[in-house]
Design a binder for this molecule. Structure first.
Ligand SMILES: C[S@@+](CC[C@H](N)C(=O)[O-])C[C@H]1O[C@@H](n2cnc3c(N)ncnc32)[C@H](O)[C@@H]1O
Length: 287
């Protein structure tokens, strides 16, 4: 097996390959499994509520880019019936399940007129775009002059316990002292670079930390999270199902010492007043 155990810069196209993404997001179940892990997080962040709070009383047309299984879209439609929210995604299958106003399109080429939209969401999706900067430029283009972009992503330090447990299980499966890293989708657009990336296109940028701790007393939600990466199995440099089974044994053994704890590090970045509409950048304003 062609396996590297070094600290390589991770598989550059792992999270952006359209063929893999189509497979990964054909149905919403794997994504739902990843989202459910946060049911066990302290503090609990109600992201759709936080998004609505940031948007305030803006009305008009909103665009949820990479809307996935509608985690944000459903809540916004329920709580803001006065606005038109369009769900946009690469996955036609997910869009069919969502219904309502939807567009199948690539975030890097938004099929909307300049200055037409009041709000753009790019929640946990920019790491799937080959050139995130292009998607951010598109968000700035379609937004009206006082429009707002809300994006979110994970830090490189997010859920590192999952990295370690997977690598240990992979090492066991391969019979090596160390195992290959798991595929980590958000590394292509990590929190560490997100604020500066948004500031390249928006006059005012604020960043909100979403740090927390997940604690579980059963391995099931963690195993479901790992399993949700099955579409990337061919890039894991280790037999995927065998590693999944092995990590299950490992977690059961760890539970004898107490609950499993995972540190989460995520951010929400809010950009307003797109530069494409005028004045020069004042740079990021961290909160
Ligand atoms: C991790 S999910 C996030 C879903 C949702 N925004 C959320 O926060 O729960 C990423 C979504 O982005 C979509 N996606 C990936 N690349 C895309 C692109 N270039 N343009 C539009 N959508 C894309 C995927 O199909 C998937 O539904």
């Amino acid at each position: 097996m062609n396996h590297r155990s070094d600290d390589r810069p991770d598989r550059p196209q792992a999270s952006t390959d359209h063929a893999v993404l189509t497979n990964a997001y054909t149905d919403g179940q794997p994504l739902t499994a990843r989202q459910r892990l946060y049911d066990h997080q302290t503090p609990r962040y109600d992201l759709p509520s936080m998004v609505l709070e940031q948007i305030g009383d803006r009305a008009g047309m909103w665009l949820d880019v990479g809307c996935g299984n509608g985690y944000h879209l459903h809540r916004i439609r329920a709580q803001r019936p006065d606005v038109q929210v369009i769900g946009l995604d690469l996955s036609a299958d997910l869009l069919i399940e969502l219904g309502g106003a939807v567009l199948r399109a690539d975030a890097a080429h938004l099929p909307l007129r300049t200055g037409r939209v009041q709000v753009v969401l790019m929640m946990h999706m920019l790491y799937h775009v080959t050139e995130p900067d292009r998607a951010l430029a598109e968000a700035a283009r379609v937004l009206e002059p006082d429009g707002v972009l809300i994006a979110s992503t994970n830090s490189r330090a997010d859920k590192t316990e999952l990295d370690d447990w997977w690598a240990q299980a992979a090492a066991d499966v391969l019979g090596n002292p160390t195992g290959p890293k798991r595929v980590k989708l958000s590394d292509h657009f990590p929190a560490e670079t997100a604020t500066a990336a948004v500031a390249a296109h928006f006059n005012k940028v604020t960043m909100i930390d979403l740090d927390g701790v997940i604690e579980v007393d059963t391995p099931d939600p963690i195993l479901a999270h790992y399993a949700s990466y099955r579409a990337w199995a061919h890039q894991t440099d280790v037999p995927f199902e065998a590693t999944l089974e092995q990590v299950g044994h490992l977690l059961h053994a760890k539970l004898e010492d107490g609950p499993l704890r995972i540190n989460t590090r995520q951010v929400m970045v809010v950009g307003s007043h797109p530069l494409e509409h005028g004045s020069p950048s004042k740079g990021p304003t961290p909160t």
